[in-house]
Design a protein around this ligand. Structure first.
Ligand code: BJW
Ligand code: ZN
Length: 258
């Protein structure tokens, strides 16, 4: 397994993994925050890495309401390309390990909640049940006229996709820059953050708000915060324990029973 380095105070990596394993085995409430790094191991590009989407595409041209108003065809073409790419991908060992973590928590009447910034739907595809997709889902479309929300798995979608209930155009059900996150999603997320004993933060750069402020929220209520990432991030300084490596190796390693 690739375990490159860990900011774990005086403990060695194995000892720190053991410590987190036993905390997870005892915990009654675990919340997890994921970002694109967890799906990188399934072959889906991240946003800000070397091969990240924002290295090739400009967020201002594709992921803002202004961009959609200016050129909905361009924006839909980009989403068609991403839908095609994601449709061929599958959950990896990290997604599956989180399903197992949820199962273990529930078997001892504990609480598990997964907050994801990812729009790829892989957590639900893996079998996670208590999931809040705070940035939306690429497999859902929303009417710009009547607001009707529906699932849509067509690949490719005919551009521009039109609403069946009214004459307006559909848009991806995704939270773009400058748009508010869903009120219910935020409420559920803060409840999970404010009531957890452990927060696992997996594969996110921690640069995009409001998710970037979730670690301090959990710390403020005394949660033990663990970060799993290929690299250090702005959150690394703040968390209790940080492991550097691939999510597909680290998340299953935290669940190993010894
Ligand atoms: C691995 C790995 C492996 C790689 N294993 N790890 C406060 C301060 C400053 C700015 C703001 C603020 N509040 C709001 C803002 C503005 C803005 C914002 O945060 N801007 C920042 C960039 C500065 N936020 C917003 O606009 C949000 N809205 C909002 O706050 O609304 C307020 C409002 C209220 C009332 C009315 C109106 C508005 C909305 C944010 C929406 C973000 N949407 C996106 C794009 C969606 C498009 C799409 O997907 O189609 O969501 S941005 C993009 O970034 C995407 C992601 O979900 C999000 C987070 O990225 P993530 O997942 O962290 O990816 P990366 O690439 O950044 O990092 C990958 C990580 O994985 C790295 O750390 C790697 O090391 C690691 N990794 N391989 C483990 N194998
Ligand atoms: Zn409509």
């Amino acid at each position: 397994m690739e375990r490159q380095q860990a900011y774990t105070g005086r403990m060695g990596v194995e000892q720190s993994l053991d410590d987190v394993r036993s905390r997870l085995a005892r915990a009654r409430a675990v919340t997890v925050l994921t970002g694109s790094g967890i799906s990188a191991d399934s072959g889906i590009p991240t946003f800000r890495g070397t091969d990240g989407l924002w290295k090739t595409f400009r967020a201002e041209d594709l992921a803002t309401p202004e961009a959609f108003a200016r050129d909905p065809y361009l924006v839909w073409e980009w989403y068609n390309w991403r839908r095609e790419l994601i449709a061929a991908k599958h959950p990896n060992a990290a997604h599956n390990a989180l399903v197992e973590l949820e199962r273990r928590l529930e078997s001892r009447a504990g609480r598990f909640h997964l907050i994801t910034q990812n729009v790829d739907g892989l957590h639900r595809a893996a079998g996670s049940r208590h999931v809040t997709e705070i940035h939306g889902n690429i497999w859902r479309v929303r009417c710009t006229g009547c607001g009707d929300l529906s699932d849509n798995h067509e690949v490719p979608l005919q551009i521009p996709p039109m609403c069946r209930q009214c004459p307006a155009m559909l848009r991806p059900h995704i939270v773009w820059f400058g748009e508010a996150l869903g009120e219910e999603d935020l409420r559920t997320s803060y409840e999970a953050l404010e009531s957890c004993e452990i927060l696992l933060i997996i594969g996110t750069s921690g640069l995009v708000y409001p998710a970037a402020s979730f670690a301090p929220v959990a710390k403020a209520v005394g949660a033990y915060v663990v970060e799993l990432n290929l690299e250090t991030t702005p959150s690394t300084e703040l968390v209790d324990c940080s492991f550097q490596g691939r999510a597909k190796d680290l998340v299953p390693a935290l669940l190993e029973q010894r």
